[in-house]
Design a protein around this ligand. Structure first.
Ligand SMILES: NC(=O)C1=CN([C@@H]2O[C@H](COP(=O)(O)OP(=O)(O)OC[C@H]3O[C@@H](n4cnc5c(N)ncnc54)[C@H](OP(=O)(O)O)[C@@H]3O)[C@@H](O)[C@H]2O)[C@@H](O)CC1
Ligand SMILES: [K+]
Length: 466
């Protein structure tokens, strides 16, 4: 797992390290890392421009300019606030022939040192003006200027870097916003960092957690997933969610609802019944996709919540829980529940999402004692015990109708297999994104193609030796 630390924690760790090392050493280490990556990106081209802000982020840029000059690169710098430019960095930059200019022209690469960890609010107008006229690829120092370091929120003009070079550890912005390729430079911070604020699953974590049958397993021991989704008029959601549960694990899948005929036709291996009461025992329920929000659907949701097995509540189930809070009474709060809202569903359930998506997911997880998976380009998954996972999309191919039905089927199957609910949601989200990428391969896809790519995505995360 990769950790991400908030700016407050990073600054505190930096202070402790700085107290032990000679003045300026940390900044020069950071800047040397920036210069090294810049030379890689330049690939032989030799003109670099710096945008230098008022703080240490600008200091990093100036010292990077110093190291690049010593490698024979032509470097010019715009000082956005000359009186406050980092004094030692500027002196070193000038000493090796770095030029201070009013505007960057004719450069092969721009190094964005406008603002870093202490960024507050939108870019100042003069910085915004320079950003608007950038016409070369950008390397951002620490994070893209104009993007909030802790929330990834963007208010107004901001830098869109090809690459971001950050120091010591990843910060929330690196998962929550588009930073281009993110490169991490070691500046000796790790020993000072305690447990991270956010976690990102790596492929190997997902592979290790994904349930696969052992020699003594059968269809029951791997968990039976129940799907309460779809309607006679709209069987699609039921077909997709059932298919996802079938492809996710080797456990059995029971479908219960009005779309039984459609589901049986597409997935003969699913056990289909018309009602929840006829469905038999399951180890988890997926409820909501395409279910509708009428009285019948409410009765289904109530029965599912009463069973006392882990539940993934999606789509219409979320709307019903928002419209009729009495439904919460049906749930035993000790039974795991995973809620998978997009922003509008979240609003119905818990008010505005706002700029801070991590805080929003945590708020709802706390309020409902549930794992809350807030969908977005970066999905944020918060557990009521305080753990938070983030899952970067890396592309937008999963943003297609029916894609959410596939995700809830995957989550349901992992819950039935007995995974910790946060891990179930995190692993499902990761494989879902990967399946979308594999299926799309550069062109838009319908959710059926995403679903068909689920086995390939699971193969891609599984350990090679198994
Ligand atoms: N600490 C360390 O050991 C190490 C730190 N390192 C580096 O230091 C960076 C943090 O440096 P920092 O704390 O000096 O602040 P920083 O982000 O440069 O900005 C502060 C200035 O920006 C301004 N400003 C604020 N918001 C703005 C906006 N929206 N748009 C425009 N301007 C804005 C504000 O000035 P104002 O305009 O308010 O007068 C303020 O003075 C960190 O990201 C890393 O790169 C590395 O060298 C490794 C070692
Ligand atoms: K920056």
């Amino acid at each position: 797992m990769r950790g991400l630390w908030t700016t407050e924690r990073v600054k505190a760790a930096e202070e402790r390290v700085m107290a032990r090392v000679p003045e300026g050493a940390l900044m020069r280490r950071a800047a040397f890392g920036v210069a090294t990556v810049a030379l890689e990106v330049l690939a032989g081209r030799r003109r670099v421009g710096l945008l230098v802000g008022a703080g240490n982020n600008g200091g990093d840029a100036l010292w990077a300019g110093y190291f690049l000059r010593r490698r024979g690169v032509a470097v010019s710098a715009v000082l956005l606030n000359p009186a406050k430019a980092h004094a030692a960095g500027l002196a070193a930059f000038r000493r090796v022939g770095g030029r201070v200019v009013e505007r960057l022209t004719g450069v092969d690469l721009v190094i964005d040192g406008i603002v870093g960890l202490s960024a507050r609010g939108p870019l100042r107008p003069d910085a915004a003006e320079h950003v608007a006229h950038l016409d070369a690829p950008v390397l951002s120092v620490d994070l893209p200027s104009g993007v909030d370091p802790d929330t990834g929120a963007v208010r107004g003009p901001h830098v869109r870097p090809a690459v971001t070079v950050t120091f010591g550890c990843l910060k929330p912005v690196h998962a929550l916003a588009d930073c281009g390729e993110v490169r991490l430079v070691d500046i000796g911070l790790t020993p000072e960092l305690a447990g991270p604020d956010l976690l990102e699953l790596e492929v190997s974590d997902v592979g290790a957690a994904w349930p696969v049958p052992g020699p003594t397993d059968d269809k029951y021991t791997q968990g039976v997933t129940g799907i309460a989704a779809g309607s006679a008029t709209y069987p699609g959601a039921a077909v997709l969610a059932t298919g996802a549960a079938l492809l996710a694990t080797s456990g059995m899948v029971r479908y219960a609802g009005a779309a039984a005929e459609g589901v049986r036709a597409r997935w003969p291996e699913a056990i289909c019944t018309g009602t929840i009461t006829d469905a038999g025992r399951v180890q988890s329920w997926v409820v909501g996709p395409g279910l509708g929000t009428g009285l019948g659907a409410e009765a289904v949701l109530r029965s599912v919540l009463e069973v006392g097995v882990p539940v993934c509540a999606d789509a219409d189930a979320i709307t019903m829980l928002a419209n009729n809070p009495d439904l919460w009474d049906a749930r035993d709060p000790d039974t795991p529940l995973v809620l998978t809202p997009h922003d509008r569903e979240y609003e119905r359930l818990a008010g505005e999402v706002g700029d801070d998506r991590v805080a929003a997911a945590k708020r709802a997880a706390d309020k409902f004692a549930a794992v809350v998976l807030l969908k977005g380009h970066t999905t944020v998954i918060a557990s009521p015990d305080g753990r938070v996972l983030v899952n970067r999309a890396r592309s937008s191919w999963a943003a297609t109708a029916g894609s959410g039905d596939v995700l809830s089927g995957l989550i349901g199957a992992l819950l039935a297999a007995g995974l910790d609910p946060l891990l179930a949601a995190g692993c499902a989200a990761r494989v879902h994104v990967l399946a979308a990428e594999l299926a799309a391969d550069g062109a838009p896809i319908p959710a059926t193609s995403l679903l068909a790519a689920v086995p390939d995505a699971i193969r891609a995360v599984r350990p090679l030796t198994a």
